[in-house]
Design a binder for this molecule. Structure first.
Ligand SMILES: Cc1cc2nc3c(=O)[nH]c(=O)nc-3n(C[C@H](O)[C@H](O)[C@H](O)COP(=O)(O)OP(=O)(O)OC[C@H]3O[C@@H](n4cnc5c(N)ncnc54)[C@H](O)[C@@H]3O)c2cc1C
Ligand code: FES
Ligand code: FES
Length: 1550
């Protein structure tokens, strides 16, 4: 080219970690040189130094200019004209010493010889501050530009959104585990879904023959298309959204701007109950719609998009149904051939009938439809421009000096590292920061209760911080935009994948290319984390977590290792390549990063005829759960049928990943046959034992884990067979992953009573749309304002120990911390035990901490993050025993409590009952059978709460006189155990306190009982109740957990606000919430029963024990309910249910949806199933033989089928059997079981009678009709998703004869409704509605004179107002007069039938179908009631199958947070769920003929439990075992597999 005219080329080589520079001069310059040639020259010379194909020139002003093309080189050379070209490189001392002065025209100029004036020994030439690092973060939120200088490196995106007033985005967990915080991130570029940016378009398969160097050296390309991905804003650091466009639910639509179709649909489809999760669902759906090409959105794609969103209220079906309406080809996909017409079908037909849909007839033109839903504004040109030229960033937090760098090249990374090393600054790298949700579970003190001391202020915000020395200034380096870590290149024989590529990006690449292993790999990768995490979380980040925390059990490490991928790493010492095993066992250099990995497309030598690559994962939940055990295998089988090469990797079995050499050896050279299989199974054991065994896992036994691996090996052998006998074929059919499920479906059936409209109509929840748009407010979204403070609780971290001292000194010295509030701050006129006189708000030095999680104090700070960091820094010293004393016994389980006889004495029980606010005076108002029982002779008491010594005479004595023609009855004894359950409401416990004039407080609380909260606060502070107003706008799910357990937290907030007279907001973190709030109790039962040959049970004696934790308090309700609900639908001549509460040093338990009742009913059903088993007859037959008959009395005294206590079970039972085609399906299940060895099915039915005692409730209300006809209704109930406000509004409209849209329902507010009961026990909606109806009746009487035919509501009201009629009325409902102590007014009935399938080899279970029929009387709102039924059923499904609460011996809960505690996801619900409400069954004793919903359907989950048990029996039958099986709850994957009695010798290949 002839343009290069400089006489010399000067190359300066900078030593990493020092400012030293070496200079090399090219003496004779070529006259014609291209950039590539120059690059090659430099590469040859410095091959270990050059890591990328961009060079940098430093010009005369010291500016650094990158060169990556001929043009740039030419420009620079021309500009430099004669002064020479200075190229910056980076070298370690070793690489530098290898640079010699050879004959190629290069000269090494030693430091000493560096000419004066040039960069030399002490003059670093690559100082970061010499080059244009920007200190400005620029990004867009909902289209508006935000530009921040030096933002705090630890600030999370969600916190920033909140600081901007965008509270639509919720925080449910703060650890990526729930999806409530989902927002979308739009960016230009990337043809690969899920990429960060700078993604090189993936080459079509086979096109490219690039070498691996090219990946790390080619310049980044920026595509111009917009990519929208959903992310968890709780994990995203604000600093890493530079150049991104963020959309929150507010940006989609609102009541002001019009709702977005997605917001509309989820609301109209009844997919929002409490609404706390709803914006997260909306945004994840929006991300999907926007990232799917128009016309190609399928129902399956929609259904598989929500593994990262949890909902505790709805049971998911309505959400999925709503979203599936967005599918482009919905009419073509009828997922369930079993149903005559699914709801989707009906919906489709409805749309067509109404003409509202553009897709007439066969639903063509689907792309038109989906395009309606796409509203993503094209990215602003500024965004595109900005994104196309990202500058390196450097922020310094002005407050604490922490720094953030965002280099965009590896060279810049080395520069930054060198600078940090020179300044002795601790450095952490961050890519997408999703590890923040995980690593705390492996870091002592972060999640466990051992306390973390001396943590610097930002520690809780950023996992990156946790890597570093807390005492040093902290630097975070964001590596996600480094050009050399991007993209993927596909070759004929391999794929090279950049380290910053998110997992979704990797999946996207693999889905586009062929490769024998890739389908299996993709399947597994889709089971890693969630959509939101995979969208940004990098595979390399995952590997680094695994390297640091071997117990992590990474899926990616396993599946990569089995594939023998090659990892490329780079540091200033050069590049290196490592195998996965090498990577895990080699210490990395301080500045080393993973740059890429190479995935082989050809898996085996040419000689191999078959390659089998299989990976497996078993987890607590089908999706969005880390593996209990995962494994990967690769077999290359040659033409002779022998294994030419084998790889086997097991993770989760041993404390570290296991590269199973013995297993591989046992496979290699062998044919796939029975003998090899047995040898391999033995080798598996050898490998595990060689690695030191399974270690001490409190959760999963060694036997189960080893058994799982053996099952995987067996499945692998079956896969490797060319054909399988029919009985074995199903063993390898994919089962549990989201994509293995057919698209779910459901139907809902109900009648509307037009005469009572709008009552009984399926009106959508009044606030559903503003919940979806994020406008709905919750206590946890309230801000204390600029003058206010955030609080974080300090908890006891040990149990049954004395607190020696509490020292907040370190905490109050921390950034942002403003103070510490403790017991001494409670006013002297107040009380530290304001609620139930049983529980202290704060413990102090000298007090005994009864359990982990008891409150010690409250740290106040300017932000929630600072408060939480401060709370962790409060030093508490404990002493378990004085010197010389034996340590006190620590009781941490029900079994230990029984051993220690630690039951609550009768006096404590009486006290607890006395103190319950709604129980009133024991003598007149106790509405339970305890007192009824007391009036009976001791031996005839049907239900009892008491002590273990409360027994009755042996059954045989009692039954003697009643035995009849059947001869002597059979007597059985047995036992049963249930686990505990957490409420897992999505909004954590929260309180916001705003001081008012004159020392008054306005308290916003997430409580289910504002009136009791008001009483508690007044007692706490020693002020009159008039000074305290408690308000609740809505609660993000309660389920009983917010009845009373929020009182300590709320009290702490009030003490702080009262003391400092500033607003204070306290919102629990998820892990803390689970630590301090006990849920449903552990229970067990010993039983005796006598029955006849026909299956009639004559006598049942259930002795239950319940672990209520560190005090009895309100848990007495659960104890009572366990016994009084236990009779369920069955008449037993002699029925006795005793429940004894036990004390443990664990957190106090409390009501949890169907408290005690769920345990009691399931326990009784266990007895029936046992009888059926022993008689060898179907469970159903025993159920039917024992149903109550009309006229019989329950043990409490209700007369079944009487004028007030109706009885609809027989009708519903018969209808369900018919609707479900039960007998035919039972036949099909039996046939399936006979034909399949490793898959088994079961089908079972379950009835429920759930008594409602209206005397538990008292409801106040206030109705005001304004002169314009608008109606304001206030009532004392709390809206927490159950739809109380909507039902109340419907009743008000009906009672007044007014249009529904005139009615507005106010927040619960103790200044308006000062007397009211709690909201819970299912009946509050009905009772509040009745109270409002009473008020409306009074108003109707006043309006009567003005009503006339044809006169509008507005005219009527105006006329009355003109006459001065006061249109305000109070309502009140209390059911005193009807009360018979210990009896229920009526019962809600329901029946269910469930069919399940079990993978015997793994223990996984799928619920194939559930049918439910409920008697809701005349439902006030069928949509809401069906929502309660579906939601309740799924919550109970979690209790039965997967939710596990485990304590260690020291009383620490091991299953805290979303990482360890798994509630059902959208992929755990029945694949088909049909719910019908019985028609024409008005409740004679119900309010407006309705019945309560919410809790009654919970026990219907028994159908799933017993169906699973049937499936297990079928598996046991295959090994010749027909013994009765006692199982415990939850019936986890471990429990199921172990019950199936699997042994190695059963693993047959033919
Ligand atoms: C709720 C949840 C569920 C999850 N479930 C699963 C699961 O089921 N199975 C599973 O295997 N994983 C699971 N994960 C882990 C998830 O895959 C990782 O969090 C993610 O891949 C990490 O990527 P990242 O880019 O966010 O890494 P970051 O969080 O940014 O970084 C993690 C660590 O890696 C380092 N690092 C990142 N990139 C590099 C690099 N190129 N070179 C050197 N160091 C680097 C960082 O310095 C940091 O120390 C889950 C995570 C969450 C939050
Ligand atoms: S709050 Fe972010 S995932 Fe739960
Ligand atoms: S509506 Fe989903 S958690 Fe309440």
């Amino acid at each position: 080219m002839g343009w290069f005219s400089t006489s010399k080329l000067l190359v300066k080589v900078k030593l990493v970690g020092t400012p030293h520079v070496r200079r090399i001069t090219l003496q004779s310059s070529p006259t014609s040189i291209t950039f590539e040639e120059l690059l090659t020259l430099v590469r040859i010379r410095f091959k270990d130094v050059l890591l990328r194909d961009t060079l940098h020139h430093v010009d005369a002003e010291g500016d650094r200019i990158s060169i990556s093309s001929d043009e740039e080189l030419r420009d620079i050379v021309q500009e430099a004209s004669g002064s020479g070209l200075t190229v910056l490189l980076h070298a370690t001392p070793e690489t530098l010493s290898s640079i010699t002065q050879d004959a190629q025209g290069w000269e090494l100029v030693s430091a000493d010889e560096t000419p004066e004036g040039e960069a030399g020994e002490d003059a670093p030439i690559a100082r970061v501050d010499d080059i244009p690092y920007s200190n400005t973060l620029r990004f867009w939120i909902n289209g508006a530009e935000h530009s921040l200088q030096n933002p705090s490196p630890s600030l999370l995106l969600v916190d920033y959104l909140h600081s901007c007033g965008l509270y639509g985005t919720k925080v449910g967990c703060g650890e990526g585990g729930c999806g409530a915080c989902t927002v979308t991130m739009s960016l230009a570029s990337a043809s690969v879904k899920g990429a960060h940016r700078h993604i090189r378009p993936v080459e079509p398969c086979g096109l490219s023959s690039r070498s691996k160097d090219e990946l790390s050296s080619a310049p980044a390309e920026v595509a111009s298309d917009t990519q929208v991905v959903s992310i968890n804003s709780c994990l995203r650091l604000l600093c890493s959204v530079d150049g991104m466009s963020i959309t929150t639910t507010e940006g989609l639509g609102s009541s002001q701007t019009g709702f977005h179709p997605i917001q509309d649909k989820i609301a109209e489809g009844n997919g929002s109950q409490c609404g706390y999760c709803t914006p997260g669902w909306v945004m994840n759906m929006y991300g999907l719609v926007e990232s799917t090409p128009a016309g190609s959105l399928t129902k399956a794609a929609i259904e598989q998009n929500f593994d990262g969103n949890l909902c505790r209220c709805t049971g998911y079906r309505p959400i999925l149904s709503s979203f599936k309406e967005f599918a482009d080809a919905q009419c073509d996909e009828h997922p369930s051939p079993n149903l005559a017409a699914t709801s989707e079908q009906r919906l489709c037909e409805d749309i067509e009938d109404s003409g509202a849909c553009a897709r007439k007839g066969s639903c063509q033109g689907s792309s038109q439809c989906s395009s309606e839903y796409r509203r993503a504004p094209p990215l602003h040109p500024d965004v595109l421009k900005y994104q196309s030229n990202l500058a390196p960033l450097h922020f310094v937090d002005p407050v604490n000096g922490s720094e953030w760098y965002r280099p965009v090249t590896l060279a810049q990374l080395w520069d930054v590292r060198a600078i940090c090393a020179a300044g002795s600054k601790a450095v952490s790298l961050v890519c997408a920061n999703t590890s923040m949700g995980v690593t705390k579970y492996f870091t002592a003190g972060e999640v466990g209760e051992h306390g973390i001391e001396g943590v610097a202020s930002e520690a809780s915000c950023c996992s990156a911080r946790r890597d570093s020395d807390d005492n040093a200034p902290k630097v975070t380096i964001d590596i996600k935009d480094i050009a050399e870590l991007q993209g993927a290149v596909v070759d004929d024989d391999r794929i090279v994948v950049g380290a910053a590529l998110p997992i979704a990006g990797l999946i996207g690449v693999l889905e586009k290319v062929s490769g024998a292993a890739f389908p299996s790999l993709v399947r597994h990768l889709k089971r890693v984390a969630s959509v939101q995490i995979r969208n940004v979380g990098s595979w390399a980040g995952n590997l680094m977590i695994a390297k640091k925390y071997p117990q992590f059990g990474s899926d990616i490490v396993t599946v990569f290792a089995a594939l023998s991928i090659e990892l490329h790493l780079a540091s200033t010492r050069g590049q290196r390549e490592l195998t996965m095993e090498g990577f895990l066992s080699t210490d990395l250099y301080d500045d080393e990063v993973i740059t890429s990995c190479v995935l082989p497309r050809m898996l085996a030598p040419a000689a191999a005829s078959t390659v089998v690559y299989k990976t497996y994962k078993i987890a607590q939940r089908h999706v969005f759960a880390h593996a209990i055990v995962n494994a990967g295998f690769l077999l290359a089988i040659n033409k002779e049928g022998a294994v030419a090469r084998a790889t086997a990797v097991f993770n989760g079995v041993c404390p570290q990943i296991l590269f199973a050499k013995a297993t591989e050896k046992a496979l290699t050279g062998q044919k796939i046959n029975q003998a090899t299989l047995q040898a391999v199974l033995a080798a598996v054991e050898g490998d595990i034992s060689q690695a030191g065994g399974a270690g001490d896992d409190p959760r999963y036994s060694e036997g189960y884990k080893i058994g799982l691996v053996k099952s995987f090996v067996y499945k692998l052998f079956l896969e490797a067979q060319s054909s399988l006998p029919p009985a074995l074929a199903s063993a390898i059919v994919p089962f549990a992953a989201a994509e293995d499920r057919p698209v779910s479906s459901g139907s809902q059936g109900f009648d509307v009573n037009a005469a009572e409209a709008p009552v009984s109509e399926p009106i959508i929840k009044l606030s559903a749309k503003i919940q979806a748009s994020g406008e709905a407010k919750y206590t946890s979204t309230l801000s204390p304002g600029t003058q206010g403070l955030y609080g974080a609780l300090v908890f006891a971290s040990e149990a049954n120990v004395k607190i020696v001292s509490v020292d907040p000194t370190a905490a109050v010295a921390m950034q942002g911390v403003k103070g510490f509030v403790a017991k001494s701050d409670i006013p002297s006129a107040g009380s530290n035990k304001p609620f139930l006189l049983m529980e202290e708000v704060f413990l102090a030095a000298g007090d005994k901490a009864p359990c982990v999680g008891a409150q010690i104090g409250l740290v106040l700070a300017d932000t929630a993050a600072h408060a939480r960091a401060g709370a962790k820094a409060v030093k508490v010293v404990y002493s378990s025993a004085s010197p010389g004393e034996a340590p006190p016994v620590l009781i941490t389980s029900l079994a230990m409590a029984k051993e220690q006889n630690a039951f609550y004495a009768k006096k404590t029980i009486d006290d607890a009952i006395e103190r319950l606010p709604f129980m009133g005076s024991r003598s007149s108002r106790i509405p339970h059978a305890w007192h009824l029982g007391r009036r009976l002779p001791e031996h005839l008491q049907p239900f009892k709460v008491g002590t273990p010594s409360d027994t009755r005479p042996p059954l045989s004595d009692l039954l003697g006189p009643v035995l009849g023609a059947n001869g002597l009855p059979k007597l059985i004894t047995g036992s049963f155990k249930t686990g505990a359950q957490k409420h897992f409401y999505m909004e954590p416990q929260s309180t916001a306190v705003f001081p008012q004039e004159g020392g008054a407080l306005e308290v916003w609380s997430s409580t289910q009982d504002p009136v009791t909260a008001c009483t508690t606060i007044a007692k706490l502070l020693g002020i009159p109740k008039t000074q305290v107003t408690v308000k609740v706008n809505r609660v993000g799910g309660g389920f009983g957990g917010k009845l009373y357990r929020g009182m300590p937290l709320g009290s702490a907030a009030c003490v702080a606000a009262f003391k400092h007279q500033v607003p204070v907001v306290v919102v629990n973190e998820r892990v803390d919430d689970m630590k301090m709030i006990g849920g449903r109790e552990f229970c067990d039962m010993d039983y005796e029963a006598m029955y006849t040959e026909e299956g009639e049970i004559l006598s049942t004696n259930m002795k239950m024990s319940m672990d209520v934790g560190s005090f009895l308090g309100d848990a007495i309700i659960d104890v009572l309910f366990a016994s009084t609900f236990a009779d369920n639908c069955y008449h037993t001549k002699q029925f006795f249910a005793l429940c004894t509460p036990y004390f443990t040093h664990t957190h106090h338990t409390t009501s949890c949806r169907a408290p005690g009742a769920l345990q009691g009913i399931l326990m009784h059903e266990v007895v029936l199933e046992r009888v059926a088993h022993d008689l060898g007859i179907p469970h159903r037959q025993v159920q039917e033989a024992n149903f109550y008959k009309v006229g019989q009395k329950t043990p409490s005294g209700e007369e079944i089928g009487s004028a007030t206590f109706n009885w609809t079970i027989p009708q519903m039972w018969a209808k369900l059997k018919k609707d479900c085609d039960l007998e035919t399906r039972q036949g099909a299940v039996d046939a399936f079981n006979a034909a399949n060895r490793w898959r088994k099915k079961g089908i079972a039915m379950m009835p429920v009678k759930y008594g409602i005692a209206l005397n538990l409730f008292k409801s106040g209300s206030l109705v005001v009709i304004h002169d314009d006809g608008s109606i304001a209704v206030a009532h004392g109930g709390v809206e927490m998703g159950q739809g109380i406000n909507t039902k109340v509004a419907q009743v008000a409209a009906f009672a007044l004869g007014a249009p529904l849209d005139c009615v507005t329902v106010a927040d619960a507010d103790t200044s308006k409704i000062p007397v009211n009961g709690f909201t819970g026990a299912s009946g509050t909606s009905e009772c509040s509605a009745k109270s409002v109806e009473n008020a409306c009746d009074a108003l109707t009487a006043k309006l009567m004179p003005y009503k006339a035919a044809g006169r509008s509501w507005k005219d009527i009201v105006e006329a009355a107002a003109a006459d001065g009629v006061s249109l305000t009325a109070n309502g009140w409902y209390e059911n005193k007069e009807k009360m018979i102590p210990g009896t229920d007014n009526y019962a809600t009935y329901g029946v269910s039938c469930s069919e399940v399938e079990v993978d015997v080899l793994t223990g996984e279970v799928q619920v194939l179908r559930t049918d439910i029929i409920m008697d809701q009387g005349v439902s006030l709102n069928p949509d809401i009631d069906i929502g309660q039924i579906e939601g309740g059923f799924i919550m109970a499904l979690g209790y039965v199958l997967m939710e596990e609460v485990i304590f260690d011996k020291a009383g620490h809960q091991l299953t805290l947070g979303t990482w360890e505690y798994k509630v059902p996801s959208a992929y755990d619900i029945p694949i088909e769920i049909n719910v019908q409400l019985m028609n024409n069954v008005p409740n004679p004793d119900g309010i407006l003929k309705s019945k309560a919903s919410a809790e009654p359907p919970m026990a219907l989950v028994g159908s799933v439990f017993f169906a699973a048990k049937e499936a297990i029996y079928a598996a046991r039958k295959d090994v010749g075992n027909s013994d009765y099986l006692s199982l415990q709850l939850p019936l986890t994957v471990q429990g199921i597999r172990q019950a199936c009695l699997i042994e190695d010798r059963q693993f047959a290949l033919s």
